[in-house]
Design a protein. Structure first.
Length: 367
């Protein structure tokens, strides 16, 4: 019993003397309990809507006002030019296009009222599906206010729906790219950090430092295997997505691997920086798990960015997975090219340079 108490005291002293663990023990639960519930919601809000008003009547303006007053929609454009609205949808500036036909007001009480056309960007299936429901509710409310009891019983029959990029609204198509990135983070980020700190714990790092082997060669030899495993896992994941779920890239496979290379360099540089500041496996696991939670829950992997508060959306701009998930989803579902996504590739390249420079600087300081 005495030995147990002595060992227990020793363990608490180690935790107390560690410069990271006490702070993380306090900060981690606070961050998880206060921050994550605020931003991780499947409730769909801030759906950007463009209205193509061909009727220009009191009824069409009533539909627009209901959309604008909704807590779910943001009316970003009212135009009579459908191709202009479609370009905004393709750029990602608009999530849903609502087209009100000419004669909508005049024919709303007739046996053959004009049909409202709704076109949604269905890359995010949940957002598109729920957005459609909100549109139907807005139109139904407008018709009830205008027609009273003469309103059509089934308003959905008055709406023609088109889901672009994901016609079946399959949520798996939205999630699969996120799962690929989580695998990258675990394999190319988490495991190399543990491997390098393991060398510190067993003393082999000090032995390497007094040999003719350069630090660069030693660190690179620790990273390259995980890079290769990361490429292998990505390839397997793409094959499984195709064979099991029928999801194949609509764009270039090479563009996916270019983005994957930049993300691998980014996340491995980040893991090296964490390993340089860590002395034990326990500390490394705690720090990496903390950042993995942030990456998973605040980068748009699981929660739509537009559904987050504005401050959270701004914060995601400093998270590398945000840019890689946009690359994967755009290539898989929309067939976008590298040129169209150049800002995302550039952002990943900048992150890769920053993290690897930081890793090199902190590695030298720790020696």
């Amino acid at each position: 019993m005495r030995a147990f108490i002595v060992l227990l005291q020793k363990e608490f002293l180690q935790i107390k003397r560690n410069p990271f663990l006490p702070k993380l023990i306090v900060a981690f639960p606070i961050m998880v309990m206060l921050l994550i519930p605020l931003v991780t919601t499947m409730d769909v809000r801030n759906v950007n809507v463009a209205v193509v008003d061909l009727d220009k009547s009191a009824a069409s303006r009533r539909v627009e006002s209901h959309i604008e007053a909704s807590g779910y929609f943001t009316l970003v454009q009212v135009t009579s030019d459908y191709p202009l609205a479609m370009k905004a949808l393709e750029r990602g500036d608009v999530d849903v296009i609502v087209q009100i036909p000419e004669g909508f007001d005049r024919n709303r009480t007739s046996a053959t009222p004009g049909r409202i056309s709704v076109c949604a960007n269905a890359v995010n299936a949940a957002k598109a599906g729920i957005g459609m429901q909100y549109v139907v509710q807005s139109v139904a409310k407008t018709l009830f206010e205008l027609n009273g009891e003469n309103s059509p019983e089934n308003v959905s029959q008055l709406i023609t729906v088109e889901n672009r990029y994901n016609p079946t609204l399959n949520y798996r198509y939205y999630m699969i790219p996120a799962l690929m990135i989580i695998l990258f983070i675990l394999i190319c980020g988490f495991l190399p950090a543990l491997s390098i700190v393991g060398e510190k714990e067993c003393g082999s790092m000090e032995q390497i430092n007094v040999t003719p082997v350069s630090r660069f060669v030693f660190v690179l030899s620790k990273l390259v295997p995980y890079w290769l495993v990361g490429y292998f896992v990505l390839t397997v994941a793409m094959i499984v997505a195709k064979l099991i779920y029928g999801l194949a890239p609509a764009g270039s496979v090479g563009a996916i691997y270019i983005g994957a290379t930049l993300f691998i360099l980014t996340i491995s540089g980040f893991s090296l920086t964490v390993a340089n500041f860590s002395e034990t496996m326990q500390q490394t696991m705690f720090v990496m798990f903390f950042f993995i939670m942030i990456f998973m829950l605040m980068s748009g992997l699981l929660t739509p960015l537009d559904s987050m508060p504005e401050w959270a959306r701004n914060f995601t701009q400093i998270l590398p997975p945000r840019y890689f998930v946009e690359i994967l989803r755009s290539i898989y579902l929309k067939g976008v090219t590298v040129v169209e996504l150049w800002t995302n590739y550039m952002a990943l390249g900048i992150f890769a340079v920053i993290f690897n420079l930081l890793a090199a600087i902190t590695y030298k300081k720790q020696q």
